[in-house]
Design a protein around this ligand. Structure first.
Ligand SMILES: [Zn+2]
Ligand SMILES: [Zn+2]
Length: 405
C-alpha cells in the first residue's frame, strides 16, 4: 500500500511538473501561475482530485476496449483511427487530451497513465482471482510493468539500450499483449495462455453473473423465495427482465436489511444528505404542509425507461431512495451483456461507487452518467464528481433526452 501511494505521488509530481514546464516563460504579471497552452489538463486534474466516494480514478478509462488502446500507447505505440474512436466513445477526457498533443501523449503523463491503467484493470473484478497463487491479472500485468520500466530506462539513460534489453523487451511485450487482452475484456483465458484452475474459473464466472460452468442463468420461477420481495413491490414484465439471481448481503458494507453500514454510501453527491432527507428539507423550506405530506406516503416509485421514455418496469420504494434501488434491479434481473452501455440517473456517481464495490466485474463496462438536468443544476444539489459524469462529453448520447419524465 505504501508503495502504491508513493508511486501515485511520484506520478502526480511528474505530471504537475510537466504541465508547469509547458507554461510559457514570459507571462507578465501573474508569476507562478501555471498556464499550460493545452487547455484540457484542467479536466484531467479535476478528475484525479475528486473524492474517492464519488469518483475513483478508474472511471477515466473504465471500459475494457479503452484499456486495450491505453495498453498500446503505454507499450510505445500510438492510437490508430480505430483506437481514437474507442477513446472518444469510452474515455473522452483522454481523447481530448490526446488530440491536443497531436496524437502522442507527452512523456511526463505516461506514469500517471500507467497508474490509471493498473487501477482500472484491477478495479474491474479480475483481481483476487488467484486461488493459492498470484493469479491471472497480476501475472498478466507483470509483462506491461517490465516493458514500461525498460522503455523508461531507454528514455532516461542514453546508451543503456542493447541487444539483451531489446530481447527482454520483446519477450515481455509479447506476454503482456497475449495475457492482458483477456483480462481487459474479462474473457476467461485459453489454457495454453494461462490456465485458470477450477476454483478460479468458477469465481470469475460468478463475478460475470454466470453459472459456475459459464452458462447464462435461467429466469427463476415466479414463486421462488428470492423473488418474493420484488414481486410484491415491482413490475418488470418485459422479456429479459425476469429475476435471475438473488441479491446477496454484501457483508462488510451492509446490515442484514441491506442498509449501507456507512450511511454516506447512500448520500447524494454534494449535499451529504440522503435523497429522502434532501427532498424533505426542500419541501420543509417550501411549506410545512408539503413536508408532512411527503412523510406519510411511500417513498415513491422507481422507474427504468429507454431513451424514448418507454418504461421497462418500475417498483415502489418503502424506504428512502438509494443506489440500492437501481443496483438491485440491474444486478438481479439483467444478463451482463444486456446492461445498458450508458445509464442516466441523478445520483449516478454514488450508484457507480456502490456497484463497483459490490459487483465490479458485472458492472465494469456500463458507463454511468448524471442526467443533464441534475448535472447542470447549481446550488445544493449540484454534482462535484467531475467531468467524467458529464453527458455532453459522450457522443453516443449527445442527442438523447436524459430525463425520464
Ligand atoms: Zn426506446
Ligand atoms: Zn455526483
Amino acid at each position: 500500500q505504501i508503495g502504491q501511494i508513493r508511486s501515485k505521488n511520484r506520478a502526480a509530481r511528474l505530471l504537475l511538473e510537466g504541465i508547469r514546464g509547458e507554461t510559457p516563460a514570459a507571462l507578465g504579471a501573474n508569476h507562478g501561475r501555471v498556464r499550460s497552452p493545452r487547455k484540457w489538463w484542467a479536466e484531467l486534474l479535476y478528475a484525479l482530485g475528486t473524492p474517492q466516494s464519488v469518483a475513483d480514478d478508474s472511471i477515466l478509462i473504465q471500459h475494457g476496449a479503452a484499456l486495450a488502446v491505453v495498453r498500446t500507447i503505454l507499450l510505445g505505440g500510438s492510437a490508430d483511427e480505430r483506437g481514437k474512436a474507442v477513446l472518444a466513445e469510452h474515455a473522452p477526457i483522454l481523447r481530448r487530451l490526446l488530440d491536443s498533443y497531436d496524437g502522442v501523449f507527452s512523456t511526463f503523463f505516461l506514469s500517471t497513465l500507467h497508474r490509471l491503467y493498473r487501477l482500472t484493470l484491477f478495479g474491474r473484478g479480475a483481481l483476487g482471482l488467484g486461488v493459492g497463487r498470484a493469479g491471472w491479472a497480476l501475472s498478466a500485468i507483470e509483462g506491461l510493468d517490465a516493458c514500461i520500466w525498460l522503455l523508461q530506462l531507454r528514455r532516461d539513460v542514453p546508451g543503456s539500450w542493447n541487444e539483451e534489453r531489446e530481447e527482454s523487451y520483446n519477450f515481455w511485450r509479447g506476454r503482456a499483449n497475449r495475457l492482458l487482452l483477456g483480462v481487459e475484456a474479462l474473457r476467461p483465458p485459453n489454457p495454453p495462455e494461462y490456465a485458470l484452475n477450477q476454483a478460479e474459473r468458477e469465481l470469475l464466472h460468478d463475478r460475470l453473473g454466470l453459472s459456475g460452468d459459464g452458462r447464462l442463468l435461467e429466469a427463476l420461477p415466479d414463486d421462488h423465495p428470492y423473488c418474493r420481495e420484488q414481486n410484491v413491490l415491482g413490475c418488470y414484465p418485459l422479456p429479459g427482465w425476469e429475476q435471475k439471481r438473488p441479491l446477496p448481503q454484501y457483508k462488510p458494507f451492509e446490515d442484514e436489511l441491506g442498509r449501507a453500514v456507512e450511511s454516506s454510501e447512500e448520500h447524494r453527491c454534494k449535499s451529504g444528505l440522503t435523497v429522502g432527507e434532501f427532498d424533505a428539507k426542500v419541501a420543509a423550506a417550501k411549506s410545512e404542509k408539503a413536508g408532512k405530506r411527503l412523510q406519510r406516503h411511500t417513498k415513491g416509485g422507481f422507474v427504468f425507461c429507454c431513451p424514448h421514455r418507454v418504461i421497462y418496469g418500475f417498483h415502489a420504494m418503502l424506504r428512502g431512495e438509494s443506489p440500492r434501488d437501481p443496483f438491485a434491479v440491474l444486478y438481479t434481473r439483467l444478463h451482463r451483456h444486456n446492461l445498458p452501455s450508458f445509464l442516466f440517473y441523478d445520483n449516478v456517481c454514488k450508484l457507480r461507487a456502490y456497484s463497483m464495490r459490490r459487483e465490479p466485474g458485472f458492472f465494469a463496462d456500463m458507463r454511468a452518467l448524471v442526467d443533464r438536468f441534475h448535472f447542470q443544476k447549481t446550488g445544493a444539489e449540484a454534482h462535484k464528481c467531475g467531468p467524467q459524469y458529464n453527458p455532453d462529453y459522450y457522443d453516443a448520447v449527445r442527442w438523447v433526452n436524459s430525463s425520464a419524465v
